[in-house]
Ligand binder design. Sequence first.
Ligand SMILES: Nc1ncnc2c1ncn2[C@@H]1O[C@H](COP(=O)(O)OP(=O)(O)OP(=O)(O)O)[C@@H](O)[C@H]1O
Ligand SMILES: [Mg+2]
Length: 309
Amino acid sequence: MSVVEKAGANVLKTTFAKKDKKKKKDKNRSAEIVETRPSEPETIDLDFAELARHGFYNPNDRSSQLALEMRAVKRRLLRRIGYLRSSGERQAFRTPGKQRNTILVTSTRAGEGKTFTAINLALSLALEDQIETLLIDADLARPKIRTRLSLPEAPGLCDLLTHRDLDAASLGWRLNSGPLAIMPEGACAERPTDLFATEIAQEKWTELSTANPQRLVIIDAPPVLAATDAVMLAKYADEIVFVVEANSTPEAAVAAAVDELIDINPNVSLMLNRCQIGAGGAHYGSYEYYGRSEAAETPAGKDKPSSEG
Ligand SMILES: Nc1ncnc2c1ncn2[C@@H]1O[C@H](COP(=O)(O)OP(=O)(O)OP(=O)(O)O)[C@@H](O)[C@H]1O
Ligand SMILES: [Mg+2]
């Protein structure tokens, strides 16, 4: 071995040793937090006035523009997953092991409003409609839910996907003022894409969906073009809300991202964020929602649901 080769081999050896050490440290850290967690999630209050100052849904202001827009979005979304039907009818729409209650929020690229949308949807469903909702931060590379809601670091999704015995119900927080639970990203020692591809991941996502068929699970995912995580997550979801930042994301990029998703899961609806409506486009920050034809969702032999908009 030449001197240069020897030096190269040493650099690689040291780098790998450092990485292994860090991995071990991270793993121990996540094990420690998991062991010291109480079995019931902590209850919390959110500062809605502060959140509203940052443009988020405010349950105390039911006539705001955002509240009205969210109502329209929710109605269409709930119709698409069959939530507005009677429970008997919902049963007929389900395939075994699937509850039709898991909603993935993603987009083409970063910063289009996924986290904003996922939080608003969760708050509005839980606090206005009193629908039991679980909001999960699955953007493991760039988690934002905790920071947006001013919540501390805590065990969450990463821990759940790496510890088979961990009970999802013990993670995160529950809101005092309504039926909303929040699961943060948790402590990650592995690459998110590897985590989402495991057998445990499959089991845990199924458990999250089946634990309470009446509960909606909203997943804040990374953008499709950043990594394969969102595409991996798409297979666990029943409906994908694809956020598009109006007048910003190039159409070809949106088409490429949607194309990747529908290969895995065809239930994609587009949500236009920050679109401008009204005279002169005066209003900013509103939502428009476009779903595929709902006809395809009708089970054989049933009447077709009426389509909206
Ligand atoms: N309709 C809107 N009205 C007001 N603010 C918005 C709106 N949509 C997004 N924002 C703000 O824009 C910023 C980026 O949004 P957000 O974090 O939700 O994007 P993201 O798609 O989740 O990004 P990332 O891919 O980095 O996670 C945030 O500060 C968010 O509060
Ligand atoms: Mg985000």
